[in-house]
Design a protein around this ligand. Structure first.
Ligand code: ZN
Length: 168
């Protein structure tokens, strides 16, 4: 398939609420396949459809870089059912090159979604997997990791964000 360009902060598609996927047709399968190629090339842990310019409620997570037993996970029309705890971790985003921030998020998450075969599944995750799922889920809602920063922290990075938005 094909590597697609990753949308950078400043592009309005990143703020769009993802449209639910109505049918897992060839277009959706091609999108997931391209997203997989794009994520592997970028060496990221997760990628949402909006990050390749398609505001659909869909994301993928691939933790195989840090866990050899991990396989690629596809989440279509994901819902966060439960969260527990709170933990601060450094986080990056492929739409914000070279920017890393300490972000507090729930420690554990229970998510429900459909896979590429149209089967609904539920999954519980903690650690990096929970982090990646919550981060990518945000993208499907038009939310971004910088939204979790304190107002002060956001003020401090305003200039860097502006530069990124202008360059994109
Ligand atoms: Zn991201």
């Amino acid at each position: 398939m094909a590597v697609r360009p990753i949308v950078i902060y400043g592009d309005p598609v990143l703020r769009e609420m993802g449209e639910p996927v109505e049918e897992i047709n060839q277009e959706v399968k091609d999108l997931v396949s391209d997203m997989t190629d794009t994520l592997r090339k970028a060496k990221g842990l997760g990628l949402a459809a909006s990050q390749v310019g398609s505001a659909k409620r869909l994301f993928i997570v691939d933790l195989s870089a840090i866990d050899i037993d991990a396989s690629l996970l596809v989440f279509i029309n994901p819902e966060i059912i439960e969260t527990e705890g709170a933990v601060e971790m450094e986080e990056g985003c492929l739409s914000f090159p070279d920017m890393y921030f300490k972000i507090t998020r729930p420690e554990r998450v229970k998510v429900r979604a459909y896979d590429l075969d149209g089967n609904q599944f539920e999954m519980e995750a903690d650690g990096m997997a929970a982090r990646a799922i919550l981060h990518e889920y945000d993208h499907t809602q038009g939310a971004l990791f910088i939204d979790h920063l304190t107002p002060l922290a956001r003020t401090l990075i305003k200039g860097r964000l502006k530069k990124l938005a202008i360059a994109s």
